[in-house]
Design a protein around this ligand. Structure first.
Ligand SMILES: C[S@@+](CC[C@H](N)C(=O)[O-])C[C@H]1O[C@@H](n2cnc3c(N)ncnc32)[C@H](O)[C@@H]1O
Length: 393
């Protein structure tokens, strides 16, 4: 292994920003790449791969290192992977031999240490999911491939696969999702903004089909964010009909509009949520998508820092928000309309548990269809979605 001091030191600095200052992993790495224009493709892969793996395996590495210090975690990571550390790397406590011995003892440690999650989260996962928590947690500690969604407003999947082949990007279609493609390597930067494709996990692509859409409908995307699913909705409606994208975060809607232009999506308006929004759109929509704020546990492969930021009180607060959205947003439907509640969590208390509680509060709704996307079974991010219909309000 050839070590580059600038890069190994940068890994330590980035990890300290995430662990000591609570910054978001994605953001700190993006900012470092922005600042270090001279880093080539290989340098960037080294830094990104190293910090992502150390964040993912933080607790297991802390056991191996006998320390939480980012430099010691890096030492444990490199010794485990390369059998050595950079020659001048210094860290608190423990030598190479000690780490090798402790790594061998890792298999006998409790699941929360082996699988590297906080105790409270492990207890919650197991109490809600029983033995399937083991499988899901192991899958969520894997690395996620890049999935693309073909924008059917501009191309079909066969054409996109041909184009990627010409660009020497290895890719294949995903079974069970008509517009999804999985890459076998990285997406070259020059292709990222092309309107024919959107980067979107396969689990996320499984949600919009549940809405049972037809061209010409009026659809509200009530928690649209930066529009991952809004753009999918627009393509599923073949560009016909009306879409209103709502969110409490105006900045995300700005980004949504930018992406919509690139994807040639029309018939779309955005509204920052305010006190008058419910009144304005009450009874208007044929379909409502509530892609609710959630723990994000289904996406841990892509954002492993989430597990170190989540807390039990934070999770309870999120569940309260979900309950509020479920009580109000279906009012936006016209009589006979249908709505979908979705999350990117694997926890039943954010998913079917919320729907069951709603059905107790308001028995006029019924579940027509439901989809649970298991990372262990599919290799996709974890998602949940339920479609409901019922009496007009
Ligand atoms: C899971 S994210 C949405 C992801 C997005 N639909 C996508 O596919 O990319 C949930 C969104 O709900 C928004 N949100 C939170 N509270 C809300 C509320 N009371 N009403 C509407 N949106 C809300 C958040 O700003 C966030 O963008």
């Amino acid at each position: 292994m050839r070590w580059h001091r600038v890069l190994t030191e940068a890994c330590g600095e980035l990890l300290s920003q995430v662990f000591d200052h609570g910054r978001v992993l994605d953001h700190v790495v993006a900012a470092a790449f922005q600042a270090q224009r001279k880093w080539g493709k290989r340098d960037r892969s080294f830094v990104a791969e190293t910090v992502w793996e150390v964040v993912r395996w933080r607790r297991a590495l802390a056991f191996v290192a006998g320390s939480e210090d980012p430099r010691a975690l890096l030492a444990a990571h490199w010794i485990g992977r390369e059998g050595e550390c950079p020659p001048d790397w210094r860290w608190q406590r423990g030598g190479t031999e000690e780490m090798i011995a402790r790594r061998a003892a890792l298999a006998d440690q409790p699941r929360a240490i082996r699988e590297s999650v906080p105790d409270w989260l492990d207890e919650r996962g197991f109490s809600e999911m029983g033995p399937s928590w083991d499988r899901e947690l192991a899958a969520l500690n894997g690395r996620a491939p890049v999935f693309l969604r073909v924008n059917t407003l501009l191309a079909d999947r066969a054409a996109v696969l041909d184009w990627l082949r010409q660009e020497k990007v290895a890719a294949r279609p995903v079974d069970g999702l008509p517009d999804a493609v999985v890459l076998e390597g990285l997406l070259p930067k020059r292709l990222v903004g092309d309107g024919r494709i959107e980067i979107q996990d396969a689990g996320s692509q499984a949600i919009v089909p549940l809405l049972d859409l037809e061209p010409g409908m009026r659809v509200i995307d009530a928690c649209a964010g930066a529009g991952g699913k809004t753009l999918h909705l627009a393509a599923a409606m073949a560009g016909q009909g009306e879409i209103v994208a709502l969110d409490v975060a105006g900045r995300k809607l700005d980004e949504l509009r930018r992406r919509a232009r690139g994807a040639h999506v029309r018939h779309l308006s955005t509204e920052k949520w305010d006190a008058g929004t419910l009144r304005k759109f009450r009874g208007w929509a044929d379909r409502v998508l509530i892609d609710a704020p959630c723990s994000g546990l289904g996406t841990l492969r892509r954002q492993p820092d989430l597990k170190w930021r989540l807390t039990e009180p934070g999770l309870e607060k999120t569940r309260r928000t979900q309950r509020k959205l479920l009580d109000h947003y279906p009012e936006l439907l016209r009589p006979g309309g249908k709505w979908v509640y979705a999350t990117c969590s694997v926890l039943p208390s954010e998913n079917r548990g919320q729907i069951d509680a709603l059905l107790e509060r308001d028995p006029r709704w019924q579940v027509e269809d439901e989809r649970i996307v298991s990372p262990a079974e599919t290799g996709w991010d974890g998602f949940y979605a339920a479609r409901l219909s019922g009496a007009a309000r």
